[in-house]
Write a protein that binds this ligand. Structure first.
Ligand code: HPA
Length: 263
């Protein structure tokens, strides 16, 4: 396993901030949603930190920022390493483990996804209530039988609903990628109970939970999933995200200051 302690020490040295309270991982199109928050110091390139690699997906940044949301010290990752980039599960989990070692007690995992449930349309923001991990992988190794019954924190979802009572819950299917799903796969995942599908979140969520963090998953539906709408295209994903950025920003600006650690 990569050395999260060494990475967290490097984060403290690079940001000048000894510890952080909450981490946020910014998925496709989400980075502009935090641009109004005060930033302490400059952007820290992820590739300059021990164990990290620069994310390669278009629409993702490749840096880390120390932000302030009220009294809450937020460690923001402007991009993430996806499983499909390297098939290196330990690399995928390294950001959240580093956040935990940096003091974060909660992590917000944001993403873009395809809508499977009939009622979910492009532009909808949903709260992840559970997942189906389709990758066949876990970030945990060894006889580490972590309970995932409450993987996605009900407490943190309640805080979101206090801000916007209309936010729906969704079960996230974590696909391996980088190809999109087939229509037959989407029909299968619907019968498995999935409401949305994406290529991130699940492995990070497991690693974060195992590291003792509360996990909040927020996804922007950017398209109808394969076979349920038109053809799939990453440019369309980014276009929908750009069109939705004000609502994503409004949610995060109200949410992050309220994410002080559970007592
Ligand atoms: N499938 C997988 N990942 C995605 C999708 C999708 O339809 N949309 C955005 N990310």
């Amino acid at each position: 396993m990569r050395d999260a302690r060494a990475a967290a020490d490097a984060v403290a040295a690079a940001t000048g901030v000894a510890s952080h309270d909450v981490a946020i991982v910014l998925g496709s199109g989400w980075v502009d949603a935090v641009s109004d928050l005060d930033q302490v110091g400059g952007d820290v390139p992820l590739a300059s930190l021990p164990g990290f690699a620069a994310p390669t997906a278009v629409g993702h940044g490749a840096s880390l920022r120390s932000l302030r949301a009220g009294d809450v010290k937020v460690l923001a990752f402007t991009g993430r390493s996806h499983f499909y980039e390297s098939r290196d599960v330990d690399l995928v989990a390294h950001a959240v483990r580093t956040a935990a070692a940096a003091g974060c007690r909660a992590v917000v995992l944001t993403s873009a996804s395809g809508g499977i449930a009939d009622e979910l349309a492009p532009g909808d923001i949903v709260l992840i209530s559970d997942h189906v991990n389709l990758t066949g992988e876990s970030p945990l190794v060894g006889a580490n039988f972590v309970d995932l019954t409450d993987l996605y924190s009900a407490r943190l979802r309640e805080i979101c609903r206090d801000i916007d009572p209309a936010l729906p819950s969704a079960v996230y299917a974590g696909y391996w990628g980088p190809n999109y799903e087939t229509p037959a796969e989407i029909r299968a995942y619907k019968t498995l109970g999935a409401d949305i599908v994406g290529m991130s979140t699940v492995l990070e969520a497991i690693a974060a939970h195992a590291a003792g963090m509360e996990v909040l998953g927020i996804s922007l539906v950017t398209n109808r999933a394969a076979g349920l709408g038109g053809r799939l295209d990453h440019a369309e994903v980014l276009e929908t995200a750009a069109a939705s950025v004000e609502r994503m920003r409004a949610l995060l600006i109200q949410l992050l200051p309220r994410l002080s650690p559970a007592t």
